[in-house]
Design a protein around this ligand. Structure first.
Ligand SMILES: [Zn+2]
Length: 205
C-alpha cells in the first residue's frame, strides 16, 4: 500500500487494489463543486501551533509568512491556470469584530498582491452565524452550513466565465468550501480552484 493524493481534493489517500484509483472515497461518491483543491501543508503538530497563534491569539502578522508558503504552492500547482479572480472564505461580521480580522481574507489579500490577481471583497458573505463545527462529522457539517453563505446577487455575474481561486487558511472536511462553491456554480464560472494553507489529513477528520 502506498500514499498519494486525491486528484480532485488533494487529501492524502492510501492506494491499493481496492481504492478508487486516484480519487478519495468522498470525491468518488460525491464529486465536489470545485475542480481542484490543494493545500500547502498538512495540519500536524507544528501547523497546529502556528494556526492557533494566527487564528486565536491575534498574531495577524503570520499572514505574511503563510502567504509566502501559499505563493510557492500557487506557483507550483495553479499559476498555469491564469486565474481571473481571488476570493476568500468569509467569516461572520461579529466574528471578524471579535477577532479583529478574518484570517482567510488576510491570506487572500497577500496572495492577490503577490500575484497581481484581483480580489473580490464580500462577493460571498457569511449571512448567518454557525456554531463551532469542531465536534461535527462531515454530514453534520454540511447540514450546519445550509443558508449560512450567500453570493451578492448584484455582483454574482462577475463570476460568470471566470477562473476563480478561493483562498482559505485550513480545510478540514471541505464542507465549507463545498457549500460556497455550490452557490458560486449557479453563476457559471469557467472553473473553481481552492488553495488553502493547511489541510487536516483524512484520518483525523
Ligand atoms: Zn478527494
Amino acid at each position: 500500500m502506498s500514499e498519494s493524493s486525491c486528484l480532485r481534493c488533494g487529501t492524502p489517500v492510501k492506494t491499493d487494489a481496492n481504492s478508487y484509483g486516484t480519487l478519495c472515497v468522498h470525491c468518488h461518491e460525491n464529486p465536489p463543486s470545485f475542480n481542484l483543491c490543494r493545500s500547502a501543508m498538512l495540519y500536524l503538530e507544528t501547523a497546529d501551533i502556528l494556526f492557533k497563534a494566527f487564528k486565536y491569539r491575534k498574531n495577524w502578522r503570520l499572514s505574511g509568512y503563510l502567504s509566502e508558503i501559499l505563493l510557492e504552492h500557487y506557483q507550483e500547482h495553479f499559476e498555469k491556470f491564469q486565474h481571473d479572480l481571488i476570493l476568500y472564505v468569509p467569516s461572520h461580521p461579529l466574528k471578524n469584530f471579535r477577532r479583529g480580522y478574518n484570517q482567510s481574507y488576510l491570506l487572500a489579500c497577500e496572495l492577490s498582491k503577490k500575484t497581481g490577481i484581483p480580489m473580490e471583497i464580500e462577493l460571498v458573505k457569511k449571512v448567518r452565524k454557525t456554531e463551532s463545527q469542531a465536534t461535527l462529522n462531515r454530514e453534520e457539517r454540511q447540514k450546519n452550513l445550509v443558508g449560512v453563505f450567500a453570493v451578492d446577487g448584484m455582483r454574482g455575474s462577475r463570476l460568470t466565465g471566470k477562473r476563480i481561486l478561493i483562498v482559505d487558511d485550513v480545510v478540514t472536511t471541505g464542507a465549507t468550501v463545498e457549500e460556497i462553491c455550490g452557490l458560486m456554480k449557479a453563476f457559471k464560472p469557467a472553473l473553481i480552484h481552492v488553495l488553502t494553507a493547511a489541510r487536516t489529513p483524512l484520518a483525523y477528520q
